[in-house]
Write a protein that binds this ligand. Structure first.
Ligand code: FES
Ligand code: FES
Length: 130
């Protein structure tokens, strides 16, 4: 299968691989799975007091496209506000990486992981405020 160069680049040199303390107040964790293939993606964000994502990490157990998608979105969301991060669509990821149709769900995983991480972060903030 002919993989796009950007996919290979992210696959071979994934950015921001790792984990953060999931219990920290300023960290949101999103864990999502793709039912069709069983791949799993964990994406974490660290958010400052102004709602800006200062750091992002991922761990993906899955195919090269899923790894590339998660690596790419960690780069994209760093320095963005959480609201801006939520505007990233899987279509943007699939286009940037030129994913073939059978691999589009790998980019959906990345969009879902961002949403799940933001949701987790917001729930923590609400609890803190309550
Ligand atoms: Fe095996 Fe995605 S199905 S890597
Ligand atoms: Fe399932 Fe890529 S093949 S996430």
């Amino acid at each position: 299968m002919a993989y796009n160069e950007k996919v290979l680049d992210h696959y071979e040199k994934p950015r921001n691989v790792g984990s953060m303390d999931k219990d920290a107040d300023d960290v949101g964790t999103g864990m999502v799975g793709a039912p069709s293939c069983g791949d799993v993606m964990k994406l974490q964000i660290k958010v400052d007091d102004n709602g800006v994502i200062e750091d992002a990490k991922f761990k993906t157990f899955g195919c090269g496209s899923a790894i590339a998608s998660s690596s790419l979105v960690t780069e994209w969301i760093k320095g963005k506000t959480i609201d801006e991060a939520l505007t990233i669509k899987n279509k943007d990821v699939a286009e940037e990486l030129a994913l073939p149709p059978v691999k589009v769900h790998c980019s959906v995983l990345a969009e879902d992981a961002i949403k799940a991480a933001v949701k987790d972060y917001r729930e923590k903030q609400q609890k803190k405020g309550a």
